[in-house]
Design a protein around this ligand. Sequence first.
Ligand code: FEO
Length: 409
Amino acid sequence: MKPIELAKNVYWVGAVDWLTRDFHGYSTNRGTTYNAYLIVDEKITLIDTVKKQYRSDLMHRIRNIIDPEKIDYLVVNHVEMDHSGSMPEVMEAIKPEKVICSKMGQKALLKHFHQEDWPYHVVTPGEELSLGEKTLNFLETRMLHWPDSMFTYLKEDQILFSSDAFGEHLATSERFDDEVNQDVLMHEATKYYANILTLYSPLVKKLIAKVQEMNLPIKMIAPDHGVVWRDNPGKILEAYSRWCVHEGKGNALIIYDTMWHSTEMMAKAIADGLQDQGIGYKLLNLQVNHRSDVMTDVLEASAIILGCPTLNNGMLPRMAGFLMYMRGLRPTNKIGAAFGSFGWSGEAVKLMNKAMGEMKFTICHPGLKVQYVPEHTHLKECVELGQTVGKTLNDFIAGREIASVEDII
Ligand code: FEO
């Protein structure tokens, strides 16, 4: 097995997980990787480890390059179990001189593994550490996406080891950005941002500004998941600059669930209204679209139209679950509207408007309820709702002021 070299004496020693299909509620249809990196210098340094089940893959790759016992430093950029789960066994095997982590990293390691006697070396933001010929610099990235998160920068080779940031869940035989299909790569990177980082977008914005201000030369970005950006690290940095402001593409999503297809009939008529206004849209039935795929579309959408019938004075469980998930990720900068059929009480529309209000969406229509099965006049009202969203969106795109419907939540 040939070692995978990023630069002279800098190696990828991680593991490819072809099996995982769920990452705490996020569907990982293309598997993932747990990336770890080995720097061979006077002080041999391992950056991050892997998920517990993949410890032998990591050790095998390291042994292919050096005797693991020769490792002097272990850098822990992030304590979440997909990167630290194998640490107890790895620590036993390598017995490093230092476990390098952030202040919060040490706290998290103690809470995870309860090992008071590990040789923790807490780094302060900006601190430099010489490995011999190469130098590491540590950047604090607290809450991207855990309190302990940090980046490690390898000065001489200009490689940014970026932990979870700039990654994607993608299992491939290839290790570098220029070796994989670009559409698949960017789709998975978008999905990753949407489902992991949307909530932390204000911090991403600050981080990008800080990196620009530091004028840090970046030849490669080496994240903990997916491929290493060696050909075009600017591509993912540019994408993050767009995603962190939740910039929509001028399109609309109709996200709905339906019981006896009445709400679905309404959804289709609303789509006709959007079409009248020249707005591109997607119809996303939650019965066949996973919440994490829907969130991927939400990140780059300009308008969100939610549809759900009323069940037991509330919403159908899929819509309730989706709203809980979306509210947690807190997308902003969206135009919203709601609709749904009902039998006798009809609370769902109000509840969806409330959820969108809490996310500070600009709600441009009071919402539309239809009892039991819509007839032609009802469907015309649905078309009008779609037209209203479309007009609002066109005003928004043109930079004209848009009005929110008041007092509906
Ligand atoms: Fe990939 Fe936050 O762990």
